[in-house]
Design a protein around this ligand. Sequence first.
Ligand SMILES: Nc1nc2c(c(=O)[nH]1)N(C=O)[C@@H](CNc1ccc(C(=O)N[C@@H](CCC(=O)O)C(=O)O)cc1)CN2
Ligand SMILES: Nc1ncnc2c1ncn2[C@@H]1O[C@H](COP(=O)(O)OP(=O)(O)OP(=O)(O)O)[C@@H](O)[C@H]1O
Length: 219
Amino acid sequence: MTSSPVCYRDGFKENWRGELIEYDAAAAKDVAVWREAERQRLIAWRQGLPNDQRQANAEDVCAQLYDFIQPSNDDVISTYWPFKGEMDLRPFMRSAIEAGATIVLPVVEKRNAPLKFRRWMPNAQLERGVWGILQPVELTTFTPNIVVAPLVGFDNAGYRLGHGGGYYDRTLAEYAVQPQKIGVGWQAQRLETIHPQPHDVPMDAVLLSSELKKHKKLG
Ligand SMILES: Nc1nc2c(c(=O)[nH]1)N(C=O)[C@@H](CNc1ccc(C(=O)N[C@@H](CCC(=O)O)C(=O)O)cc1)CN2
Ligand SMILES: Nc1ncnc2c1ncn2[C@@H]1O[C@H](COP(=O)(O)OP(=O)(O)OP(=O)(O)O)[C@@H](O)[C@H]1O
């Protein structure tokens, strides 16, 4: 495996910043089991939302993203192509491009390796990658200065629960200069703690839609 944190001796491990911290391997195994159950629960909840509500919530978060980032020519912003009930950020992606920003999407070119980022434009040719997620065909890669990551869950310290591949953590751990990291999702995905592990890279901000915010049609 690449870029695996070094284990010096029992009870200690390097975190994503390269600092040596206390680590309990048995507790970490329990956390992994608990995370898997929480992922299933939270993804099922997200996928159970009515489509028009999910879309209204996504538009709300797109507007929050635009205000928060205020995209410009200098920005390379990683978003994502929606998968398993994630919010569709295309309204934000289009308006950010109109403001001069470059939009890129994460691509798994190699399993258990850092993500690569390829440019997206409204007319970009797309292909299906691993897990059937659409990705740009054009191979040129970019380094984002802003990463917008979809949340499966999150906690008050900004730690993120994702789909369980560890891809964002593995990618962010490689950057000497950290991009701005923004998680997006729903209030209902909040957890007391995700029991952060040495490899977990926290978000700088989390932008949320309240699941109570209904589409006009729903009243
Ligand atoms: N929209 C979107 N694109 C993304 C991500 C994402 O979270 N959302 N990723 C962010 O990481 C990467 C893909 N990561 C993924 C990680 C795990 C699974 C997944 O379904 N895993 C199976 C395990 C099976 C297997 O390993 O083949 C599962 O949990 O059932 C999917 C995507 C890159 N692109
Ligand atoms: N920097 C890293 N190097 C090696 N393995 C890593 C790294 N970061 C995470 N992993 C591994 O990836 C696995 C999944 O991690 P985690 O539960 O945090 O995934 P996630 O953040 O939910 O997934 P994703 O980022 O793909 O949405 C763990 O077994 C973890 O050890």
